[in-house]
Design a protein around this ligand. Structure first.
Ligand code: GLN
Length: 444
């Protein structure tokens, strides 16, 4: 790895930052218009597929799940054969193919495009995240900050995509929107290929050295096993978290389109634009939140990953409480539309929760997972976020049937109760990680 740094971090971090920025541009751009395209009238100026909300949300749920579940084979591919670096390249190519296939107007092309994107994200997403961890040695105190910077890159892509792809897709032409998403990924590949000299020695196939091949056969030690257990438990927390959060692209997207008053200063904001809000908040709050957690830690307060995830889930509960406000206006006060500010407040809280848990989870995995399972565990984490997406889809479908007010209330109660319960068990769970989060512990 080259020893050059930018802002005190390895240059390679910024190569991964821009590659992932464009990958996420492509991902979130396409996602911002997916359910809108599916439910758009077949006869309008910009014809869609004319599906019902329920049908669209069901496909969205499956897609959201599969796109992340494929991170398991994607992680294995890297650990066993290709290494992370080549897997990222392969994934990027598949995504480009997928986006342009979606741009062909035919139902077969539509499903083929989705399948290609699902495989591509599976090969790229977990492996690029593991590579970020690989830039830092064990015990390097910059690791968490590195993940926060990387996470901001993700969200620069996620912020700009719904605005551009959303505008061209929703307002002009769906197929043009999908093509734009494809161009985003092409830019990502260019950055990656030209920047690879800054990634020398990072993300090579673990099994490529003889010494490692021998190690791969060794059973896990007791400590490693317990660390895997605590990782598994932390994944459960994240299913709940993403299950609530990922309503955004599905049910909340349709809710914003159909039930929220989006007129600001006489101009109606397209629903897909609101898909940028989360990312906007992450960009603004990423550094201050990381700073807050650092200060918290320096004051000697509890700051383990599990603790932060529990706090994230509780804040998510408050985020849904704000949505209860929106649904209350429509269901109980019988207003025609819900006010936009509920949504603004709710998404803000979602992001405070996200910044307490998500970059933390990525960093936690690279600290706890045994080397030979590094990408696999990252893949398993993203698979879990995929289950969260599926849960979000199911919750969205339930809200279509039972009503938004009821479902938002249940999600609020569940997140608050679950988060509080976790706080009770933080110390026990932390013990299972055997000090892996402690910068002074360098063994393993
Ligand atoms: N928004 C983040 C990203 O796109 C996290 C998504 C997730 O972990 N499911 O990377």
């Amino acid at each position: 790895m080259s020893s050059k740094t930018i802002f005190g971090h390895p240059t390679g971090l910024f190569i991964l930052f821009f590659t992932e920025l464009w990958e996420r541009f492509s991902f979130y751009g396409m996602r911002a218009i997916l359910v809108l395209y599916l439910t758009a009238d077949t006869l309008g100026d910009n014809p869609g597929l004319g599906w019902t909300n329920a049908e669209a949300l069901e496909l969205y749920g499956w897609y959201g799940m599969m796109v992340y579940i494929m991170s398991i084979p994607g992680g294995l591919l890297a650990d066993r054969w290709l290494g992370q670096k080549k897997s990222v390249l392969l994934g990027g190519l598949l995504i480009i193919l997928g986006q342009f296939t979606l741009a062909i107007e035919s139902i077969t092309a539509f499903y083929t495009g989705l399948a290609l994107i699902i495989s591509g994200v599976g090969a790229l997403k977990p492996n690029i995240s593991t590579m970020v961890g690989g830039l830092y040695k064990k015990g390097d105190a910059r690791r968490d900050a590195g993940f926060t910077i990387f996470y901001i890159g993700i969200n620069v892509g996620a912020f700009s995509a719904p605005l551009l792809v959303g505008y061209y897709g929703e307002i002009v032409d769906w197929q043009l929107g999908f093509s734009l998403a494809g161009f985003g990924m092409i830019l990502g590949q260019i950055v990656y290929v030209f920047g690879r000299k800054h990634l020398t020695g990072i993300g090579e196939a673990y099994s490529s050295s003889e010494e490692n091949t021998e190690m791969m056969k060794k059973p896990l030690t007791q400590i490693e096993k317990e660390r895997m257990i605590v990782l598994g438990l932390s994944f459960l927390i994240m299913i709940v978290f993403w299950g609530a959060y990922e309503q955004a692209g599905g049910f909340m997207n349709l809710y914003a389109k159909q039930t929220v008053d989006r007129v600001v200063f006489g101009y109606e904001i397209p629903a897909s634009f609101l898909q940028s809000l989360h990312a906007f908040y992450v960009i603004i709050l990423g550094i201050p939140m990381a700073g807050f957690w650092l200060m918290w830690k320096r004051r000697g307060k509890e700051s383990s990953a599990i603790f932060k995830m529990a706090i994230g889930t509780i804040v998510m509960g408050f985020g849904f409480m704000a949505l209860v406000g929106a649904a209350y206006e429509v269901s109980v006060l019988a207003l025609e539309k819900a006010s936009l500010y509920w949504l603004l407040l709710s998404y803000l809280l979602h992001v405070v929760g996200e910044l307490s848990s998500s970059p933390v989870a990525l960093s936690f995995i690279t600290k706890l997972a045994p080397m030979k399972y590094a990408s696999f565990m990252m893949g398993a984490y993203f698979a879990v976020t995929g289950l969260g997406n599926k849960v979000a889809g199911l919750v969205g479908e339930a809200a279509e049937k039972a009503g938004a007010l009821e479902v938002f209330t249940y999600v609020t109660i569940f997140c608050l109760a679950f988060g509080l319960l976790l706080l009770v068990f933080v110390k026990k769970l932390k013990a299972l990680s055997h000090g892996a989060e402690d910068e002074s512990v360098l063994e393993n």
